[in-house]
Design a protein around this ligand. Structure first.
Ligand SMILES: CC(C)(COP(=O)(O)OP(=O)(O)OC[C@H]1O[C@@H](n2cnc3c(N)ncnc32)[C@H](O)[C@@H]1OP(=O)(O)O)[C@@H](O)C(=O)NCCC(=O)NCCS
Length: 367
């Protein structure tokens, strides 16, 4: 079989999925069952997880039971608490999340990926994020509350205060928008781990490692940092051009799939206007210049605003510090990661094992 070298796997199809579809040409994101993201953006995060895992929205009775199931699994076990308290001060929050989640999953009897594991992992990720944050602040941990929804409880564990309705609603919208996005690098990572017959905890831990990268989930804080630097610059157009001339990317722009405005970015842009007007003002001014400049430089391969651009403004408006933005991305995307692994192992489950091209010294002919 001849093998074509394709380092970024662009245009290579490695999965068949019913979980979501990115129609990059038309700027559409479709979740299970054909629901476009604009149509479901105001649903609760629990409803979206249910859709992604089970293929349908829950009835109102099912939703009550499902919320309860998630709420019961929010507590850290002894292994996770020990791992948390063993973390060095100043550790990157994503490293903290990865480590503590791995410890929580180090239990006897963990086996093939199951919906039970998906519920346990998705329920506990917010607790770990909040615990890492509280510990880094030198504050006592806050026990989860079973009477609060997923997003509200996350904010409660972070601050120990009942969250304001508006903030909880912005966070919930963010989690919904970020919950799933077809075969991005971290989801692909999770599917590969699952394809090797490993467990769901390992798949999610590996996906967190991939998400941390600045070309993926790490772009949210990087975009917010860039917008803040632009706010302080004397001229936005000089700022943009200088950055591109130094060979630096404009964070929050460009996407492997979308050749139109990312539909999630359009919703986040609107949310940002209310959640963080100061950020919004600079971000909109910078966006216009950046889009013009990117289009001028790459007219045949246009790069538009992606999900990370306004996400930092919304999260900061919720009250999340920038070094935790990627952890919040993980807290949303865990639904998609787990859905994909469950789908993959339920299909033919063939191990993902691509080829490589030999680039070492010429081999001597075989006799
Ligand atoms: C997401 C990303 C990694 C996609 O990479 P990709 O598929 O290789 O990008 P493309 O093939 O569309 O790039 C086409 C051209 O536009 C340039 N380009 C793409 N995104 C750019 C950006 N954000 N800033 C400046 N130039 C960019 C590339 O350098 C490339 O130029 P070249 O042909 O001269 O090398 C890339 O757009 C990027 O690094 N964006 C910034 C980080 C970010 O926001 N990531 C979050 C993604 S959701």
């Amino acid at each position: 079989m001849s093998v074509q070298y394709n380092p970024g796997l662009e245009g290579v199809t490695v999965a068949r999925t019913e979980i979501s579809h990115v129609d990059g040409k038309n700027g559409r994101l479709v979740y299970r069952g054909g629901h476009v993201i604009e149509e479901i953006a105001t649903r609760s995060y629990e409803e979206i997880i249910h859709l992604l895992w089970f293929g349908s929205f829950p009835s109102s009775e099912e939703l009550v039971a499902f919320r309860q199931q998630l709420a019961e699994r929010r507590h850290l076990n002894e292994g996770a608490l020990a791992a948390l308290h063993g973390l060095p001060r100043g550790v990157n929050p994503m490293d903290g999340l990865r480590t503590v989640l791995s410890a929580q999953g180090a239990q006897p009897g963990v086996g093939r990926p199951s919906i039970e594991d998906a519920i346990s992992i998705t329920a506990v990720v917010p607790t770990i994020v909040a615990a890492c944050f509280r510990r880094a602040q030198g504050q006592p941990l806050v026990d989860p509350r079973a009477d609060l929804g997923h997003a509200e409880n996350l904010l409660y564990m972070l601050t120990s205060q009942e969250p304001e309705t508006a903030r909880a609603s912005w966070l919930q919208s963010y989690l919904v928008l970020i919950a799933e996005h077809a075969l991005n690098p971290s989801t692909f990572t999770a599917r590969i781990v699952g394809s090797a017959g490993s467990d769901l905890w390992s798949a999610v831990v590996a996906a967190i490692g991939t998400l941390k990268g600045p070309s993926h989930g790490g772009a949210t804080p990087a975009a917010a940092e860039m917008i803040e630097a632009a706010r302080q610059a004397p001229s936005i157009s000089t700022f943009v051009r200088a950055r591109l001339e130094r060979g630096e990317r404009l964070m929050g722009f460009g996407h492997r799939e979308y050749r139109r405005y990312d539909p999630r970015a359009a919703i986040l842009r609107d949310l940002c206007k209310s959640a963080n007007p100061e950020f919004y003002e600079t971000a909109v001014a910078l966006e216009e210049t950046a889009l013009n400049e990117l289009l001028r430089r790459h007219p045949d391969r246009p790069n538009f605003t992606n999900v990370d651009y306004f996400a930092g403004g919304v999260l900061a408006g919720v009250g999340i510090p920038a070094d935790y933005f990627t952890c919040f991305f993980a807290a949303g995307r865990v639904a998609g990661w787990t859905a994909h692994v469950l789908e993959y192992v339920g299909q033919d489950g063939r191990i993902v094992s691509p080829a490589s091209e030999w680039a070492g010294p010429a081999l001597s002919p075989v006799e």
